[in-house]
Design a protein around this ligand. Structure first.
Ligand SMILES: NC(=O)c1ccc[n+]([C@@H]2O[C@H](COP(=O)([O-])OP(=O)(O)OC[C@H]3O[C@@H](n4cnc5c(N)ncnc54)[C@H](OP(=O)(O)O)[C@@H]3O)[C@@H](O)[C@H]2O)c1
Length: 290
């Protein structure tokens, strides 16, 4: 089995490659923008047909939600057209394709958990393009669309890192407490995706670490773990204006995973604890000059 991983220098792509390697898999082609710009349709076609993967993990995307508002054409080219080029190549080869999507396809007004077949209504350019990317993937039969939330992983920037940096500079910070979701460790998601790739249980899934919290709850947990006494002021999203609107409810139901016999992910607190250990290990390695 040959695996092609796009976005391999991003948080999730990096951990998918590590997970494959952990399982003794060596036939991996991992690429990022400098290897192949997904907006170049001819090159994508030629490259993928040359590699002949059995499975494509397509994690690459434009992921800066606020900047996306001003760069709609470019974001469309990457998230929609880039995906369609990969899907065309997958179709020619008959391989499996994984597309990582987001809860930002929903508007967040539902009171309960979002199921995979709930109507979508993205509030921002990023969410809109990610949904259009989903639609490209759905034109093909051997697809897995996995919507996830609030990713954090060692190879990239994320909320945990940002909040720790702020905590080094400030004694008090304002954090949004009316957006609820599940922080999700790319290590845990990567394991699930690799498990899924061994099956033919195609379709749309929701996958995030277990349990829900607000960004403010998450910030408080991170500070506690790092033994920092920073005051977290809970504010509403409306008090923290940003270019892109975000859903207040990002809570995804895991029903699709459970019904198909896949293992759900551990709790978000357990995941943050392990990420904390990973960050400590990384800084030790940096100190040693590795
Ligand atoms: N981060 C989240 O909280 C979150 C939540 C839900 C869903 N997702 C989805 O999960 C997936 C993985 O997210 P992530 O946080 O791991 O993303 P990430 O760390 O931002 O990595 C995305 C990667 O895609 C690459 N890329 C961007 N434009 C490209 C292009 N034109 N051609 C080729 N590669 C390109 C980026 O390269 P450069 O850095 O060089 O631009 C980057 O390495 C994405 O599809 C995202 O939409 C993310």
């Amino acid at each position: 089995m040959r695996y092609l991983v796009t976005g391999s220098k991003g948080q999730l792509g990096f951990d998918i490659v590590r997970e494959l390697q952990k399982r003794g898999i060596t036939d991996i082609v991992s690429i990022d923008k400098e290897d192949l710009d997904l907006t170049d349709g001819n090159k994508v076609h030629e490259y993928v047909l040359n590699v002949k993967p059995d499975v494509i993990f397509h994690t690459a995307a434009w992921t800066n939600v606020d900047e996306a508002e001003e760069k709609e054409d470019l974001v469309y080219d990457i998230n929609v057209k880039g995906t369609s080029y990969l899907v065309d190549a997958a179709e020619e080869l008959g391989c499996k394709i994984f597309y990582i999507s987001t809860e930002y396809v929903f508007d967040g007004t539902k009171s309960g958990l979002y199921e995979v077949d709930d109507p979508v209504d993205p509030l921002n350019v990023y969410g809109k393009t990610k949904f259009l990317g989903e639609q490209e993937v759905r034109q093909y039969s051997r697809y897995f669309i996995v919507r996830t939330t609030w990713l954090f992983g060692i190879n990239g920037s994320n909320f945990v890192e940002t909040i720790l940096k702020l905590g080094n500079k400030q004694e008090e910070i304002n954090v949004v407490s009316d957006q609820l979701g599940s922080p999700t460790y790319t290590v845990d998601l990567a394991k699930l995706l690799v498990d899924m790739s061994k099956t033919e249980k195609y379709g749309t899934y929701h996958a995030s670490n277990d349990g829900f919290c607000s960004w403010a709850d998450l910030a408080e947990y991170i500070f506690k773990l790092n033994e920092k006494t920073i005051k977290v002021n809970h504010i509403n999203a409306s008090e923290y204006p940003s270019p892109a609107l975000r859903p207040l409810n990002s809570k995804l139901s895991k029903k699709s995973l459970i019904e198909n016999g896949f293992k759900t992910l551990p709790s978000w607190k357990d995941a943050i604890d392990r990420y904390h250990e990973e960050l400590i290990e990384k800084s030790k390695q940096i100190d040693k000059g590795n």
